[in-house]
Each structure stands twice: as C-alpha cells, then as structure tokens.
Design a binder for this molecule. Structure first.
Ligand SMILES: [Ca+2]
Ligand SMILES: [Ca+2]
Length: 370
C-alpha cells in the first residue's frame, strides 16, 4: 500500500540490524573473489541468439537485444571493490535463464517523454492523487494529501540500519516537482522521470505500445553479452579512472561529493553505454521491472533443473524483511547507491519497491517484442 508518513519504504535497501548480524555470520560461506577483475564463480558463458530483427526498422530510441541463454544472479559482492557490506543473498543461486530477443529503450524514460504522455492522455500519477481514507484507516486527515517520498539527508550521522531517517513523505512531491513543490523540471527535460509508481510506469508503457521489461530481460540486457561481469561494462568499477555510472561518492547519507559530476539524477545518456548500446543500466535511477519480488525466486528457478525460459517472475510477492508488503522488482540502483550502502549498481543484484510508492530516485524504461 502506498506509503504515507511515517515513511515505511524499503527502497535503496539497507541492512536491517538482523540482516547485518546474519550477513556477518555467513561471511565465510560464499565470499566472492577479492581481486579487481576477478571473474566471479558460478557463471557460464552467455549464448546470445543469432537471429536479428531483419527488415524491421528500429523503433525510435530503442536498441535490439538479441536474447539468449545466460547466467543470472550475483555472487556475494562483499570483498569486491565497491561491493559493499550486503551479501545480497536474494541474487543467488546463480542460475541459467533464457529470454527471446526484444527492443529496449536506450535510456531511462525522460521527463520530456513522460510529459508527452501526460499531455496526450491527461494521465494523473499516483503521487498527484489524494490518498483515499479507506485505504489508510486511522490515518489523520492532514496526512491524506498528495505527495511522495523524497531523499532528505539527516542532520547528523545515523546508523545505516534505518532508512526511515532519510526518506520523507513530502506533500506536493510528484513527477513535475521531484523533491517537493519548490522544485521543477526546468532544465531537466532530459533527466529521467521519477516519482512514478509502478502503475504510472505501466500506463506510460501501454500508451507507447511497449511494456516493462521482465527482470530476466533487464539483466540479460544490462550484462551486454558479458558473463558474470560485476558491471554492465566489465569488472572494474572505474576503468582507467573513468566514472561509468551515476552513483554516490562520499559517506552515505551525509556527504555526497558528486565526484562523478552529479549529486542527483543526471541527464540520460551522460555515462557510456554498454555493449548493447544501453545507458544507465547501472545507477542514475532505479528501474521498475514487471516481476513480483520474492527473495527466493532464484532458488525456485534453479530447482526447476533447466534454464528458465522467458521467466516472468513468481505469482506473488514475499519479502522477508517486510512480509506484509507486496513488492515489484527494481533493478540497477541509483545515484544514492554507494559502496557503503546499497551497492546495487552491481549488475546482478536485485532491488524491490512497494508498487504504489514513487520516490525521487525511481524511474523506468520500456521494452518491445520483435
Ligand atoms: Ca553521483
Ligand atoms: Ca538506471
């Protein structure tokens, strides 16, 4: 259910205290290699389909992703440079999956493009609608105002185990005003649209004749043909010192040095594309996928004993960290992800979000079948 104050969003996704203890306790069990450039265990080569979309004109601003069979998931990133403290157990076991070829947006959907959709349809996003009292029994009337979640750095040092302290429900925050009523899209037409709930993203996709990617499609595309790469471009976070993605540098959540040039979202395509021509598959803003999130999706897939063909995710959602919340998959991390916290710019890692809650670091991109 859509989050109202007090904020209860689980995005970005830190460690709960319990998970931290569990993480430390399990550290020795499946620690990954530690040298930069190490090829992580458990991956087999990607076998891309040879078939190309002959005689079909590429849809505007989309690239062809050949599909094929690949190893999906992430080895324990702890110990890897920029790997962070989280074992990311929901991204294992690494298992084989197969996806058919498809077209994919080269970039996250931009503010300008989303504005075209709204102008054409009159669509009103979830964050712009007043929360319904029947959906929030017991909520005080002053809290039933349109708004959304905004990253707000705390005043001083905080433990990284409680994300509530840096997410605030801000009245009047929505896609037109990403961080609140005083913010605007002026000069940000090429930034990714944010403050979009899952249903906003699917509404845009339907209008544009596309759909959201499945989690498997998203990961196949993000890997750019590489097997087991830590990032969409390879295994070095900053090859030759170059920033390849918009993430967070400095001590999260207080010190954002923006060494990569961007303290918040960057115009799409600012950073280099992967081998398939896709930008910002790591960082910038999170991207909605169509799958329900379950922490055990990958163990279920492996148990099937054969490559999962065009998997579309489980029939329901279960997140043991918040068992009563249904969640959809989010992928790629955002400008708020750092080595110290989140680290989900690592390509095989997984995120999750409550579908009716937008956020100022969640966006999306679309795909289209052949
Ligand atoms: Ca940045
Ligand atoms: Ca992204």
């Amino acid at each position: 259910m859509r989050r109202l104050p007090p904020v209860a969003v689980q995005i970005g996704i830190g460690l709960t205290a319990a998970a931290l203890v569990w993480a430390i306790g399990s550290f020795a069990l499946d620690r990954a290699g530690t040298k930069p450039g190490t090829v992580l265990h458990g991956f087999q080569p990607t076998t891309a389909n040879a078939a190309s979309p002959l005689r079909q004109e590429p849809p505007a601003d989309m690239v062809w992703i050949p599909g094929g069979e690949f190893s999906m998931g992430c080895a324990d990133p702890r110990g890897q440079p920029f790997g962070g403290p989280d074992p990311m157990r929901d991204a294992r076991p690494i298992h084989r999956a197969y996806v058919d070829g498809f077209w994919m947006d080269r970039t996250e959907v931009t503010n300008d493009r989303f504005a075209e959709f709204v102008a054409a349809t009159g669509y009103v996003t979830v964050a712009e609608r007043p929360p319904r009292p029947e959906d929030f029994p017991g909520a005080s009337p002053e809290n039933l105002v349109p708004g959304s979640l905004v990253f707000t750095p705390p005043a001083g040092p905080v433990p990284l185990t409680n994300h509530y302290v840096w997410w605030n429900y801000v009245a009047g925050a929505n896609w037109r005003h990403p961080t609140g009523p005083d913010s605007s899209l002026e000069g940000r037409g090429d930034d990714p649209v944010v403050q979009v709930a899952y249903e906003d993203a699917t509404a845009f996709a339907a209008w544009s004749g596309k759909r959201l990617p499945t989690e498997a499609e998203w990961e196949f595309a993000a890997r750019g043909g590489l097997a087991g790469g830590l990032y969409p471009w390879g295994n070095a976070f900053r090859p030759a010192g170059r920033f390849m993605a918009n993430t967070w540098q400095g001590g999260f959540p207080l010190e954002n040095t923006a060494a990569d040039g961007h303290a918040a979202a960057s115009p799409v395509g600012t950073f280099p594309a992967n081998a398939y021509g896709l930008h910002d598959m790591s960082g910038n803003v999170w991207e909605w996928c169509s799958d329900w999130y379950r922490s055990d999706t990958y163990s279920t897939a492996l148990a099937a004993g054969k490559p999962d063909r065009n998997p579309s995710g489980p029939a329901d959602s279960f997140d043991p960290q918040e068992p009563h919340e249904k969640k959809r998959v989010l992928r790629g991390g955002s400008f708020l992800c750092s080595e110290e916290y989140c680290a989900r710019y690592i390509v095989g890692t997984r995120g999750k979000g409550e579908p009716s809650s937008g956020c100022n670091h969640i966006g999306f991109r679309c795909v289209k079948p052949r």
